[in-house]
Design a protein around this ligand. Sequence first.
Ligand code: GRF
Length: 205
Amino acid sequence: MRKKRVAILISGRGSNMTALIEAAKADDYPAEIALVVSNRPDASGLGRARDAGIAAVVIDHAPFGEDREAFERALDGKLQACRIDIVCLAGFMRLLTPWFVTRWSGRMLNIHPALLPRFKGLHTHRRALKAGVPRHGATVHFVVPEMDAGPIVEQDSVEVRASDTEATLAERVLEVEHRIYPRALRALAEGNAKLPPAGDKDGVN
Ligand code: GRF
């Protein structure tokens, strides 16, 4: 079967991007990383992608100002030109409009550093420590118009230790992220994870 062509969208260091690039090197992996796009010109992940021999481009959101859809049309144009099948958000710090999300519905994943549905949004490690949860982790989910709310594809957790700081917890959760994102992308690329039709609350498979 033809490998699915994947674009990874980043805004920063791109360690999840690197985990996906590494996983996709395996001959039997069902997806190839065809493109990396950053909305920030200074994202350090761009250099990492290029070092790995992957086309990496900047589509800066700043010149588009408040016009989110105009930025997304430029992004979508690039994805279409590169014949992308699947989009992976990996530390992409930009809210996407329903227009873009609907266009890529069932073909776009995001990774979130918490055990969704708990701790949607930012500062998840700080909030998990404050809440005193015994376990914390990461989730890969389909992207739907509501933020951090799509059906879950992969999730895993670590124990929260009494000695944990935000930084130590983040470090252990990041290891989880790097493990589960390649698994989730594999599942989607092989057709083993599907976005249920709208209104069906029974989960992904
Ligand atoms: C990760 O913690 C990811 O879950 C979150 O942003 C961070 C990005 O890290 N959405 P990296 O750029 O993949 O290293």
